[in-house]
Design a protein around this ligand. Structure first.
Ligand code: UDX
Length: 437
């Protein structure tokens, strides 16, 4: 099929490459020339495992082209909208400026009978508003809403082999034709048996925010238990193992620590609260305010712990922060708990050195005043305390003895419950973690 992808960020670049991998002819469009240049040269504009290899593979087929000119989408049978919906500067609601601008620029080039497919995470009600706009500009074109559930770090796998496909479509013949077009787009995952749920626009939009709200709630639940463990003298990692054996609960996404960040979970739960309020149903998701509050309290607790182990003040202390990305296998620092803690400690007078295997360039833009070190051993040298705030493999595999020979004081704060406590203690480290004695 001939497909266009509008927006080539973390979602769109992966989607475009994966659609080409599935055998479609794809044109990707973005207003940012830097992204387009990188992709045109076969390079990913950000760090995502497997994406460079996939780009090289599809480049050889000639099935993926990229452009900054929206008119290049003309002739596509399917147009995917993959632009960002960040939090608005003036509150919790989602900023739909990029979605609206993308639709405005796209519709003049949409053919009669083409399907415009929204993938961005939007407040419920957006699809029906945009459907009217598409129909008014191009009679015969249809809008479908097909939310994306990919995880950064696993984005290629999640796109090629999703857990499920959700199509939000209008009633009647237009909806049926959108379903058959999407079935053709996703013929390969469907043939693998990936479940497909066909529903209306509001349900499709809500599926996405409901899933992210559930995941955020699960993380904040275990972090609330961590708070209890801290005051009662328990161990949240053992507690999670124990409750996780109940298959109704499950152990996945029950890792206590510094909490969630990134470009999705935090802003999606806030946008959901804002939208529910507008609809007069704010009470239904008021608990997400607590989920958010528990999450940010973990950052404050980590700062407190650093103050405590450094004898009551971090002023002048040399602190090494391992991790700047919001999670491992990503260079994304949007709403990163690790970077927030590093910045706070620096404001409090600590001399903070940040290491990250991939995210230093992005972190430097967000927090230019911190010291950054690309070499892990150099980052550890002379530290009064080491804070592990993103659970990169490199940190989990650190040799506690060797690391101990580099630092000034063997004090480690494990913000992700990622290290083997007994090994670090045996190497003479003072080991502290969130939610554990
Ligand atoms: C999330 C959703 O998982 C994905 O389905 C959606 O499409 C986009 O948002 P992502 O933002 O890539 O994906 O990250 P995810 O793996 O969900 O992790 C989110 C945050 O939660 C990270 O900061 C991570 O460190 C944290 N987390 C995750 C925990 O603190 N504990 C856990 O047990 C799991």
């Amino acid at each position: 099929m001939k497909i266009s992808v509008v927006g080539l960020g973390y979602l769109g670049a992966v989607h475009a490459a994966c659609m080409a991998r599935l055998g479609h002819d794809v044109v990707g469009v973005d207003v940012d020339p830097a992204k387009v240049e990188a992709l045109a040269a076969g390079r990913s504009p950000f760090f995502e495992p497997g994406l460079d290899e996939l780009l090289a593979e599809v480049a050889a087929t000639g099935r993926l082209t990229v452009s900054t000119r929206i008119e290049d989408v003309a002739g596509a049978e399917v147009h995917f909208l993959c632009v960002g919906t960040p939090q608005r500067a003036d509150g919790f609601a989602a900023d739909l400026a990029f979605v609206d601008a993308a639709v405005d620029s796209l519709v003049p080039h949409v053919g009669t009978g083409a399907v415009v497919v929204g993938k961005s995470t939007v407040p419920v009600g957006t699809a029906s508003r945009l459907a009217d706009r598409v129909a008014a500009a191009r009679p015969g074109a249809v809008l479908a809403w097909n939310p994306e559930f990919l995880r950064e770090g696993l984005a290629v796998k999640d796109t090629l082999h999703p857990d499920r496909l959700v199509y939000g479509v209008p009633d009647g013949a237009a909806g049926e034709s959108a379903v058959s077009v999407l079935d053709e787009v996703y013929a390969s995952p469907l043939a693998e048996g990936v479940p497909r749920i066909v529903t209306d626009y509001p349900t499709a939009e809500l599926v996405k925010v409901a899933a992210n709200s559930f995941l955020a709630t699960k993380i904040s639940f275990i972090n609330a238990m961590a708070e209890l463990c801290e005051v009662a003298g328990g161990d949240v990692t053992r507690l999670a193992d124990a409750i996780g054996h109940d298959v109704r609960i499950g152990r996945r996404f029950l890792n206590a620590g510094l909490g969630f960040g990134g470009g999705c979970l935090p802003k999606d739960i806030r946008a959901f609260m804002a939208r529910a309020d507008e609809l007069g149903a704010g009470e239904a998701v008021a608990f997400l305010g607590e989920v958010d509050a528990i999450n940010t309290r973990r950052r404050a607790r980590m700062v407190e712990l650093a103050v405590e182990v450094l004898g009551g003040s971090v002023d002048g202390a040399e602190i090494t922060v391992l991790g700047a990305a919001f999670k491992p296998d990503s260079d994304d620092v949007r709403d990163s708990p690790a970077l927030a803690v590093a910045a706070r400690l620096s404001e409090m007078g600590a001399v903070v050195t940040v290491h990250d295997p991939q995210a230093i360039d992005n972190a430097r833009v967000k927090a230019p005043d911190l010291r950054y070190e690309h070499d892990l051993e150099a980052a550890l040298a002379g530290a009064d305390a080491v804070l592990v705030l993103t659970e990169w493999r490199q940190y989990k595999e650190l040799d506690a003895e060797r690391a101990g020979s580099l630092v000034a004081q063997r004090t480690v704060l494990d913000g992700r419950n990622a290290l083997d406590r007994s090994v670090w203690q045996a190497a003479g480290w003072q080991y502290r973690a969130l939610g554990r004695r």
